[in-house]
Design a protein around this ligand. Structure first.
Ligand code: 4AD
Ligand code: MG
Length: 477
């Protein structure tokens, strides 16, 4: 007999049918009531055991964390809260669990403790809810692009280029790290390495996606990216997933329209399909907020915040306008910004971004037309000669969630930009080819998937929205 998911059973009518379920024990009370969960939803099903029917050896193995197969009859529940329960006929213990040493006890654990148990934390309500929402968001992203005529493009993970020019790359090498071959001037000789050149893990699939957009029209990547930036914050991972759409014949305004529509659409999807998990996460957040001082509490509950994003336009503001606002503002009556904005051209810090979104505009903001100097080499130079067609989308509680731009499609301008930045043409000859053969206006952006999951679930730390986080000094699992 095939087993049924607990989610399906809980929605079924108690017609006294025979059922088989598999799952993990949440609690076992009074040698009589097993609460079993199989990950199909937050809800446990109550399984009622007539303990006189079972030998002591079996009963002894039914502890929190044990994996069981249960045969029984689905009947109307005698207790409150649930429509149905299972009258147990037979129990098979797949694997027991020692209650003395099982780390996930039926009580509240701190997030820090659970990070040390990353292999087991999905057995908690919070993590199972977050990971189901993460899964639904992934699906909705593919669904959105599929419906809008995009092709899913697989960018290489190992690459020879530094797409962002920030030098934050993990090297990929098979050379002997203690005794590598050296060139005449004493540098490591990567010509003898596996690929015959220096290679690294990708920081972005954008450059390759551009090549494919210039043939398939509209493509997107959705894959892992790697950054060796030493940022120990609640918003940075060394390995994170990025969604990067790239569209031929799109200018910056088209790019902004797409990004806004895309984000609204995937959030709408989870509001419609993950309601139970979102309600649970909202309640969890409200409980957590109660422990904070009034001033630090969020003005909106989770679902309201998600609805707000879906129902309101994102405010579009140029970098220059934002700088004017910031120069004339203080984050609050007493405090100045830690990094005062003195000059046009300065890069915005997260305190500035969050001020604009949370205090000034009080809605998601798309900042665009940034100074060329603080942005990557591939961005389209504006007619003023000093700003580029870049856009960042800033979200409440998160800061930057999207970074994108219209790309420089003019060969001569791109070449002189690369020269000024010391990027050798030989390294990106193929990228320059795209400007020689049928170049066209094109644009794209990158959405940090974990930052989206962070926003959607109301979690406080990016380490808690990816199954096995990689951060400096941490790749235990
Ligand atoms: O702004 P970024 O660096 O842009 C790019 O990589 C472009 N090539 C994208 C494109 O135009 N195709 O990164 C894009 C987004 C950021 O806005 C942020 O959400 C996320 O990726 N991100 C990170 N997320 C988690 N941990 C990190 N270390 C991140 N770095 C960037
Ligand atoms: Mg960025």
């Amino acid at each position: 007999m095939q087993s049924t998911s607990i989610k399906a059973l809980l929605a079924a009518e108690p017609l006294s049918q025979e059922v088989v379920i598999n799952g993990w024990v949440k609690t076992f009370r009074s040698n009589r009531f097993i609460a079993l969960n199989d990950g199909s939803s937050l809800a446990n099903i109550q399984c009622v055991v007539d303990f006189e029917q079972f030998d002591e050896e079996t009963l002894k193995q039914i502890n929190t964390g044990a994996a069981l197969k249960i045969n029984g009859t689905l009947v109307e529940s005698q207790g409150r809260g649930q429509k149905v329960e299972i009258q147990v006929k037979d129990i098979f213990v797949h694997g027991g669990s020692n209650p003395e040493t099982y780390p996930i006890q039926p009580k509240k654990h701190s997030m820090e403790f659970l990070r040390e148990q990353a292999h087991l934390r999905v057995r908690t309500n919070t993590f199972s809810a977050v990971m189901r929402v993460r899964s639904a968001l992934s699906f909705s992203i593919h669904h959105y692009f599929y419906q809008n005529g995009f092709y899913y493009f697989h960018a290489p993970i190992i690459t020879g280029s530094d797409a962002e020019g920030a030098g934050e790359m993990f090297r990929v090498t098979t050379l002997d790290d203690k005794d590598p071959p050296l060139t005449e001037d004493g540098k490591v000789d990567y010509r003898e390495d596996f690929f015959g050149k220096e290679t690294n893990l990708t920081v972005s699939g954008q450059l390759e996606a551009e090549a494919y957009a210039m043939g398939l029209g509209k493509v997107y990547t959705f894959g892992p990216t790697f950054r060796a930036e030493n940022s120990n914050t609640s918003r940075h991972l060394a390995e994170f997933w990025m969604i990067e759409p790239e569209m031929a014949f799109y200018d910056l305004a088209d790019n902004m329209d797409l990004a806004e529509d895309f984000i609204k659409s995937v959030i709408t999807y989870i509001l419609e399909h993950c309601r139970e998990d979102l309600d649970f996460l909202e309640k969890r957040l409200l409980d957590e907020e109660k422990t904070k001082p009034q001033a630090e509490r969020s003005e909106m509950a989770l679902i309201e915040k998600l609805r707000f994003v879906v129902d309101n336009g994102f405010k579009r503001v140029t970098y220059t306008e934002a700088i004017d606002i910031l120069r004339n503002s203080k984050p609050n009556k007493k405090k100045k910004f830690k990094f005062p904005i003195d000059e046009w051209g300065a890069d915005l810090q997260s305190e500035h971004e969050r001020f604009l979104v949370e205090k000034h505009f009080k809605c998601p903001v798309i900042l665009f037309d940034y100074p060329a100097k603080i942005k990557a080499f591939y961005m389209r130079l504006n007619e003023d000669g000093k700003t580029v067609r870049a856009m960042d989308i800033l979200f409440p509680g998160i800061g930057e969630i999207v970074g994108g731009s219209q790309r420089e499609e003019r060969l001569d301008v791109l070449k002189s930009k690369m020269e000024a930045l010391g990027i050798p043409e030989e390294e990106l000859w193929w990228y320059l080819d795209l400007r020689k053969f049928g170049t066209a206006v094109h644009s794209g952006f990158g959405l940090g998937f974990e930052r989206l999951v962070l926003f959607a679930t109301g979690m406080g730390n990016i380490r808690d929205v990816i199954p096995f986080p990689r951060t400096p000094q941490n790749a235990e699992f």
